[in-house]
Design a protein around this ligand. Structure first.
Ligand code: FAD
Length: 324
């Protein structure tokens, strides 16, 4: 069976000595199985692969290429692209699948240049014949594309594919890492671990509750957070809400913010501008709460509640909490 390289995106949640596999990696392993037999590529400091191998095995990695070196940890993405290019040259895989994070997209772009290959970003599906599905023009158009040059490289949009276990051997194969001087031009001088809330990561959450300008103040975002917490959801915000200082920019959903595709997206006090829709309209079920029955978000919503969010949201939170 053809080999497909899958770049493992890791989450240093338990500290850098004990990384975990991000859900995006499990999604990429699942999507890659349409094309062949996935081999995970673990890039990191010495000792990285040991704690993630079992999970990669559970989700279908027949092999795990272990490229461990301080050079990978100490420099930005260039060494990772070099190692992947070396593996593409040696193994001649049928394709490479990379999670569509900002880092993943940069690695994919560099890899495409190095290997003379075509690449498709933010794909939501990969078919057995290599055809990728992308959502374009703020979700107005669905595009099907194929790479026609080199080794197809895909970056897979988070939450587009449900991770499915498929136990495999995850046989470890060490990779000798030799990083060129050119790839060492930007060194990481410091890493600051962000203060994590107990809520799930926005782009990986299966439920997202987002607030817009209609929430009216930073203080009032507490009702959005309470609803999110009752559902075990992440909190998002429209650009108008973050620009007004109601919520931090890192939680912005939309064309110039994060792209989310959860099972359930609840838009509260959000009008549904095209730039907001671009970041959430592939959500499986969309619920809108808005006092304006003409708000464009209702065109997109599966379920709509016309009403004042200050009444509807606390009432919903109370009911959800009571039923738990
Ligand atoms: P509004 O459009 O002001 O809507 C507020 C809604 O709240 C209204 O529908 C109103 O009826 C409702 N409301 C008010 N009070 C209540 C209440 N008490 N109860 C219930 N409902 C109430 N926007 C993004 O979100 N993400 C992006 O990434 C993004 N990128 C952009 C990029 C560009 C280049 C540009 C030009 C714009 C971008 N925007 C983006 C901005 C976008 O065009 C909209 O301005 C923005 O999405 C509006 O946010 P909103 O829906 O919260 O606010």
């Amino acid at each position: 069976m053809a080999e497909v390289l899958v770049l493992a995106e890791l989450n240093p949640a338990g500290g850098s000595d004990n990384p975990t596999v991000r859900k995006t990696t499990l999604e990429a392993l699942t999507a890659a199985r349409a094309l062949g037999e996935p081999s995970a590529v673990v890039l990191g400091a010495p000792g990285t692969a040991a704690s993630v191998r079992a999970q990669l095995a559970e989700y279908g990695a027949a092999k795990v290429y272990v490229a461990e070196s301080d050079d990978i940890e100490q420099f930005l993405v260039a060494p990772k692209a070099e190692v992947l290019a070396q593996l593409v040259a040696e193994k001649a895989p049928a394709a490479v699948v990379i999670p569509s994070s900002p880092e993943g997209k940069e690695i994919a772009g560099r890899l495409a240049i190095k290997t003379g290959s075509g690449f498709l970003t933010d794909v939501t599906e990969i078919a057995a014949d290599g055809t990728a599905t992308q959502v374009a023009f703020a979700g107005q158009t669905i595009v099907h594309s194929q790479v026609t040059v080199g080794t197809p490289i895909y970056t897979l949009r988070g939450n587009s594919v449900t991770p499915e276990p498929a136990p495999a051997a995850a046989a470890e194969e060490p990779v000798t890492v030799s990083v060129s001087e050119a790839a060492k031009q930007s060194r990481v001088v410091d890493r600051v671990v962000e203060q994590k809330s107990s809520r799930p990561e926005l782009t990986e959450a299966s439920i997202v509750v987002s607030g817009g300008r209609g929430v009216a103040s930073a203080e009032n975002f507490s009702i959005i957070e309470a609803l999110a917490d009752s559902l075990g959801a992440a909190v998002g915000a429209s650009r108008a809400a973050v620009d007004s200082g109601f919520y931090p920019h890192t939680f912005q959903v939309g064309q110039t913010g994060k792209t989310v595709s959860p099972q359930l997206y609840i838009a509260v006090g959000i009008s549904g501008a095209i730039q907001h829709r671009a970041g959430m309209q592939t959500s499986k079920t969309i619920v809108a709460i808005n006092k304006d029955p003409e708000a464009p978000i209702f065109e997109l919503a599966d379920f709509g509640i016309i009403g004042d969010l200050n009444t509807v949201v606390p009432a919903a939170t109370e009911q959800i909490t009571a039923r738990k």
